[in-house]
Design a protein. Structure first.
Length: 200
């Protein structure tokens, strides 16, 4: 019983650290609530040249900032839980094979898909690949999301052209990136100061 009493606070802390932000529609509120996330996003921007607003908009679409997010299971006969459509997991919903490629390419061998710092770096890295391999501007959140969803090969083949639903989702990501960028303009200087203070 004593062990359970000691474990309870630790489990509570763990649950709090992985809970999604309360207000996912405001990037300033996200970074104010989740101390350290801004610094992680700024590091990814510095390393890969991908705007914070674009990376965060993609993450919002993929997982709503849920650390251990997985694709919903398919239903058998409409009610029996079946297999998941893919092994995508974590903040970025990266698949195992792509994550393995990222770790090797970026030299982040200890990276975890349910760690925000690693996940935001992964998105920055993937956007860099989209720019390098398919010529998509790092400011083009619409094109970057299509490549993120379809893969580099799928994007180059134009598989998204037959998926009107996916193009609609990409437009949502684009609009969110615009909103996040405008919001960040109003609070980034404050976030930089707080990041320096707490990191000192």
């Amino acid at each position: 019983m004593k062990r359970l009493g000691l474990l309870a606070p630790l489990l509570l802390v763990a649950a709090c650290t992985t809970s999604p932000p309360v207000n996912v529609d405001n990037i300033c509120a996200i970074f104010e609530e989740k101390r350290g996330w801004y610094d992680d996003a700024a590091d990814a921007r510095k390393d890969w040249g991908s705007p914070i607003s674009v990376m965060m908009a993609i993450m919002h679409q993929e997982s709503r900032f849920v650390a251990k997010a997985r694709p919903p299971r398919k239903k058998i006969f409409g009610f029996i839980p079946g297999p998941r459509p893919s092994d995508a997991y974590g903040y970025s919903q990266a698949k195992k094979s792509t994550w393995k490629e990222y770790k090797r390419s970026a030299g982040r061998y200890g990276a975890d898909r349910d760690d925000f710092s690693d996940a935001i770096d992964f998105i920055g890295w993937y956007n860099h690949q989209s720019n390098r391999r398919n010529g998509i501007s790092k400011q083009d959140s619409y094109g970057l999301y299509l490549a993120y969803h379809e893969g580099q090969g799928g994007y180059s083949r134009g598989t998204y052209r037959s998926k009107e639903w996916l193009r609609r989702v990409a437009r949502k990501v684009e609009q969110r990136a615009v909103n996040y960028r405008q919001q960040l303009l109003g609070c980034e200087s404050s976030l930089k100061k707080k990041g320096w203070f707490f990191g000192w």
